[in-house]
Ligand binder design. Structure first.
Ligand code: ADE
Ligand code: ZN
Length: 329
């Protein structure tokens, strides 16, 4: 039995494997600046978050139809099922697809259909979270959120992603106020590359329920105390942090000290097609450096479900699966 976990920090567009990018480009007769999969893969050396985002946004333009969204979501869910994911809260970037002229209804219904199939086939429960770009004007996010609310698009929450430095959470107060007023869950990337102050802003101004990444909290002792006291979930993405140079090597990763400090951390894969793997690869890499005990692994898995937005009864069922795993190890 694999360690049962909730995947709470995964960008759908970050699951686009090079093979899929080439196949979708061929399907839609889109010319890419690379002639082979190896040529594309050769671009996967990143020096910072921005160097990754430039390629990430360019590649996602191969997504053109509802079927494309259905297909890539299904491919991800199959992969997730293979590595023990029992619940997923999937991010997607609506602005990227609307900007390209796609109908948001096609994007969301393609994703939703695959999520529902995965629930029927494998019992993987789900939520869908629309992430707004912090590099784009907040007014654009606000207009799009208003539209999603008026047209009753099926999303469960909103997030905030893309370039962090220079785009503080305070710019998005109105967007998050509107989301919360409409019963949507709220999360935000903060403290990935940006300073601890952005985490304070995400908590105090956006009133987030979860912080994505959050590793820079360690620069601020008072912030750590608050995050521990509130048991504020932090969705940590170890392979992403290494590949985007937020942390030098896995041996330097702060996850063990965060766990030790009593922070509510869990492990996630961010953009697995770009960063060297899915949930299983993240755990394998952590085990190689830290050889976590059964108790530590159990705590990480428990945290993932406790940090999720699934209802209480389902949460208890998932937590029982974690305890069953712990009893066998
Ligand atoms: N979008 C996709 N991956 C991201 C990351 N790691 N940080 C910010 N925005 C993202
Ligand atoms: Zn992310």
């Amino acid at each position: 039995m694999k360690l049962p976990v909730a995947e709470l920090h995964i960008h759908l567009e970050g699951t686009l494997e090079p093979e899929m990018i080439m196949a979708l480009a061929a399907k839609h007769s889109i010319e890419l600046p690379y002639s082979s999969i190896d040529g594309l893969r050769a671009q996967y050396e990143f020096s910072s978050l921005q160097s990754f985002l430039d390629l990430f946004y360019a590649n996602m333009m191969v997504l053109r139809t509802r079927e494309d969204f259905h297909e890539i979501t299904m491919a991800y869910l199959q992969r997730a099922n293979d590595c023990g994911v029992r619940h997923v809260e999937l991010f997607f970037d609506p602005q990227a697809h609307v900007e390209r002229g796609m109908d948001l209804r096609d994007v969301i219904s393609g994703i939703r259909e695959a999520l529902n199939e995965a629930e029927e086939n494998w019992g993987i429960s789900h939520k869908l979270i629309a992430c707004f770009w912090r590099h784009a004007p907040a007014s654009e996010a606000l207009d799009l959120l208003r539209l999603m609310i008026t047209e009753k698009h099926e999303i469960d929450g909103i997030g905030l992603d893309s370039s962090e430095l220079g785009f503080p959470p305070e710019l998005f107060i109105e967007v998050f106020d509107l989301a919360r007023a409409n019963g949507l869950h709220v999360v935000a990337h903060a403290g990935e590359e940006g300073p601890a102050d952005y985490i304070w802003q995400a908590l105090d101004l956006l009133k987030v329920e979860r912080v994505d990444h959050g590793i820079r909290c360690l620069d601020d002792e008072k912030l750590v105390q608050r995050l521990v006291a509130e048991q504020m979930p932090l969705t940590v993405c170890p392979l992403s942090n290494i590949r985007l140079r937020a942390v030098d090597t896995m041996a330097d990763h702060p996850l063990p000290s965060m766990l030790e400090a009593g922070l509510k951390v869990s492990v996630h894969s961010d953009d697995p097609a770009y960063f060297g793997g899915y949930m299983d690869a993240n755990f394998a890499s952590l085990m190689e450096s830290f050889n976590f005990s059964t108790e530590q692994l159990t705590q990480l898995a428990r945290n993932s479900f406790e940090s999720s937005f699934i209802d209480d009864a389902a949460k208890q069922e998932r937590l029982a699966e974690v305890e069953a795993w712990a009893n066998q190890h």
